[in-house]
Ligand binder design. Structure first.
Ligand code: SER
Length: 556
């Protein structure tokens, strides 16, 4: 089957079961300070798991574009990609385990025609520490569907538990989560013993591939570390569209599905080399180029911070693997200017790195610290330095290099955790203020530029807001100043923020008894009065993509 066919069948299947089909949102999260990219279908829907009413009802389905930066290094095997689509169906306090498991089984066996004997499932075995019981109910439902229990296994919280923050222990207070049941497809390929003596569904040798995860989102972590029930029992299902398509073709290499194979063929043509002999390089280039094109499409350009930095890493990694095959990314990207510019920039850095390598290697064997500097400053991966050293018959202190890397990774991990915690901890304070300020900003932009201005996206952290809106040209200094003045006047007026629910939609009104200033449909959260927002300042106004401008602003 083709990717588009599988997507259509899935959405149709759930539409028939009373789900509203919703559009995929951008890869860049709105109002979610905890992450740089949307990496699962449930992320944009979080408020609805916590009890807010979804405008489309209690059952929705979609195919959400996702990007997982943490998988960059994993790309190269048969099944990992950083960019993918996640099929999703959700129940916000409506159906639960019975329907979910039965429907997914039916979809796989009847719509996609998978052989049920090749399906293996894992179920949550319970977690004493957090007081969450074993999921016997899901196992029983599977047992009936399978007509036996041979292909059902239990795993703990490290495998069969899902929350945005990871295991029950890793979750901060206020974070929702739940046990899950995963479905694996057995491609029947030979087990590779370098991954362990015995093969099993969670083995990484490539024989089994996870194709769907039904999360029963029913808990929320408390301040004291215990778990309470959410007001609703929810279902969060996510299934990799590319992986399910691969299973439908009984081909364990997801790079062979139609949409990715077209890039692979192109690389073969340009390089004159075969995919079969150079799998890793082909896979990295195909995935990274596809991911970069999608990130760029959503308005990011390569830079040294946040999403721009991840994009830079992707492109540079693809350039290096391009060198292995002797090709340039510019030959396979259909003229994507940002990728081409970044490739040129990186090739210049590479040149400098080579000069640095010449200097270092003229002193003899290469220390771990030197290899580390080549890596961090010049983007030289160890493999490249090793290759160059080999040409000169020199050794590298790899152990020292790995120590340095470990230190470096630990520091970045600490940084990332800080960011996660900081974001969530501030959720009720700074981020809420910024959120209310985005409403004032949109209204002020309309006052100054005209009613046609529409919001195209926003992203809020505890430190700043980013706001995208439709407008075809650069704003003048005067316009920017005017917008700032209006927002600050409205803040000083101490306008009340109130909300009203009609037809299940929440309308937020910012205004006082003299009249409403801003009225918008929105999910909140908001401050109660604008007086505490501080001083609004536009830090930057720039193009985000064609016809869309981006404002970065702070509350001082
Ligand atoms: N949130 C779960 C996942 O990402 C299921 O959608 O796997």
């Amino acid at each position: 089957m083709k990717l588009d066919e599988v997507r259509e069948k899935y959405l149709e299947f759930f539409k028939k079961r009373e789900h509203a089909v919703i559009e995929s949102v951008s890869l860049l999260p709105e109002n979610d300070p905890t992450t740089l990219f949307i990496s699962s279908g449930m992320q944009p829907l979080l408020p609805y798991f916590l009890g807010k009413e979804h405008p489309k009802g209690k059952r929705v389905t979609d195919s959400q574009r996702c990007f997982r930066a943490e998988d960059i290094e994993e790309v190269g095997d048969n099944r990992h990609t950083t960019y993918f689509e996640m099929l999703g169906n959700w129940s916000f306090g409506d159906y639960f385990k019975q329907e979910q498991i039965q429907w997914f089984f039916e979809f796989l066996t009847k719509e996609i025609n998978l052989d049920s004997k090749k399906l293996y499932v894992t179920v949550f075995e319970g977690d004493e520490k957090s007081g969450i019981p074993k999921d016997i109910e899901s196992a029983e439902i599977w047992e009936k569907l399978f007509g036996g229990s041979e292909r059902i296994s239990y795993y703990g919280a490290d495998k069969n538990w899902w929350s945005r923050a990871g295991s029950p222990e890793q979750m901060p207070a206020g974070e929702p989560g739940g046990s899950d049941t995963e479905v694996f497809y057995d491609f029947g390929t030979e087990h590779d013993k370098s991954f362990g003596e015995e093969c099993h569904p969670n083995c990484d040798c490539g024989r089994f591939m996870e194709i769907g995860n039904s999360v029963f989102m029913e808990y929320v972590k408390q301040e004291d570390g215990s778990f309470a029930h959410l007001p609703l029992k929810n279902v969060d299902f996510g299934g990799g569209l590319e992986r399910i398509t691969a299973a439908s073709n009984d081909d364990s290499d997801i790079f062979n599905i139609d949409t990715i194979a077209s890039i692979i063929k192109r690389i073969e043509k340009v390089s004159g080399k075969s995919y079969a002999d150079n799998k890793k390089a082909f896979r990295v280039i195909a995935d990274h180029v596809r991911a970069s094109e999608n990130i760029i499409k959503d308005g990011i350009i390569p830079s040294n911070t946040e999403q721009g930095y991840i994009l830079r890493r992707l492109i540079r990694r693809a350039v290096r693997f391009g060198d292995v095959l002797g090709i340039k990314l510019s030959d396979i990207t259909d003229g994507n200017e940002e990728i081409i510019k970044e490739e040129e920039k990186f090739r210049k850095t590479l040149e400098k790195g080579l000069k640095e390598f010449e200097k270092i290697s003229s002193r003899g064997n290469i220390s771990g610290s030197d290899a580390f500097v080549l890596f961090t400053t010049y983007g030289f991966p160890l493999e490249l330095t090793l290759e160059l050293a080999l040409e000169k018959d020199l050794n590298i202190d790899e152990a020292e290099f790995r120590d340095k890397m470990r230190e470096h990774q630990e520091l970045s991990r600490k940084g990332a955790q800080q960011k996660f915690k900081g974001g969530l901890a501030d959720h009720s304070e700074m981020s809420t203020k910024y959120h209310t300020a985005t409403h004032l900003l949109l209204r002020a932009l309309k006052d100054v530029l005209g009613e046609d201005v529409a919001q195209k996206g926003s992203n809020i952290t505890a430190e700043r807001m980013r706001f995208d809106f439709s407008w075809g040209e650069k704003m003048t200094d005067e316009q920017k100043q005017k917008v700032e003045e209006i927002v600050n006047t409205k803040i000083k007026e101490g306008l009340e923020v109130t909300n009203e629910k009609t037809d299940g939609k929440i309308t937020y009104t910012i205004g006082n008894n003299k009249g409403d200033y801003s009225v918008e449909l929105c999910g909140g959260p908001h401050v109660e009065n604008t007086s505490g927002l501080g001083n609004f300042k536009i830090k930057k106004e720039e193009a985000s993509s064609a016809g869309i401008r981006r404002i970065k602003a702070v509350l001082e």
